[in-house]
Design a protein around this ligand. Structure first.
Ligand SMILES: O=C(O)CCC(=O)C(=O)O
Ligand SMILES: [Fe+2]
Length: 284
């Protein structure tokens, strides 16, 4: 992954991410996941979207960066595609387990996963060497993930923390060899009427000179899928399995929303206008 990010800026910008749908290179400090904090996150990314993997959109543009012996990227596309597909499979499998755990048929979330708009981000965190390290240097601001679940790989540097809502303390999520972190996202929370909560988490920036890499795969669902609160209560299981009849009345904490609409809204609120805008504010 370091090979991707060590390319010259001009090269990285040949495949820019331009909107919430497509993938591509995301410049340093593009996002500010903690909207209230309002400071840019100290990371850059490369976002792999469906069109990078299955040519679904029949876009003639090759979204992948050029691979040459000189730039060391030969094999990047193939490896990244393979990773995306495997993560997608794992997400569906875990989705099946979650459905079963909720007393639903294991295929309950299949329609959600069908042609889903998943994004896999390769993330590179780094502190700014020109600046003194600051206590509040944040690699990724406090946030919840947006989709059903996230499958997160992190390297051995550490820095991921989850907020304990009861105490207000942060709990570190140490890197564990051979293990993924699975996050429950906002849409799973909405499906379960808040019974499952999407935990707030953040990433502390590594100290100057240290580089951290992670790969979250976000199961963000089919954009047209209407996410609605599963009807909880005694009749719940029966109603969902039969998919018929009127759902038992429950007090919904969330209104139905299309997965794509939710995702677009969250992306827009977390994205800064452009890295250039912020370059001036952090240069001092
Ligand atoms: O890099 C990490 O460990 C977590 C990243 C994350 O939370 C996110 O991108 O949503
Ligand atoms: Fe996250």
């Amino acid at each position: 992954m370091d090979k991707v990010f060590s390319q010259p800026e001009s090269f990285k910008k040949t495949t820019p991410k331009i909107d919430h749908v497509h993938g591509g290179y995301e410049t340093f400090q593009r996002y500010s996941l903690d909207v209230a904090r309002g400071k840019p996150d100290l990371n850059e990314g490369f976002c792999i979207a469906p069109e990078f993997v299955d040519d679904r959109e029949k876009d003639t543009r090759d979204p992948w960066p050029m691979e040459t012996e000189d730039n060391g990227l030969v094999g990047f596309k193939e490896t990244a595609r393979e990773y995306y597909r495997k993560a997608d499979e794992l997400g569906r499998f875990i989705g099946g387990l979650i459905a079963e755990g909720l007393g639903l048929p294991s295929g309950y979330f299949e329609e959600y996963f069908e042609k889903q708009m998943s994004h896999c981000r390769l993330i590179h965190y780094y502190g700014q060497e020109s600046r003194k390290e600051q206590e509040d240097d944040i690699g990724a601001g406090l946030h919840t993930d947006w989709g059903l679940i996230t499958i997160l790989y992190q390297d051995s540097v550490g820095g991921l923390e989850v907020l304990d809502k009861e105490t207000g303390n942060f709990i570190t999520v140490p890197p564990t060899d051979g293990a993924y972190v699975i996050n429950c996202g906002d849409l799973l929370s909405r499906f379960t009427n808040g019974v499952y909560t999407s935990a707030q988490h953040r990433v502390k920036a590594p100290p100057p000179g240290v580089h951290r890499y992670s790969i979250p795969y976000f199961c963000d669902g089919n954009p047209s899928y209407l996410v609605d609160v599963l009807p909880l209560g005694a009749e719940w299981k029966e109603w969902v399995e039969g998919r018929r009849g009127k759902a038992p009345e429950v007090e919904k904490h969330y209104q139905p929303i299309k997965a794509g609409v939710y995702f677009e809204g969250k992306w827009k609120e977390s994205t800064l206008p452009s890295s250039e805008t912020h370059a001036s504010s952090i240069a001092v």
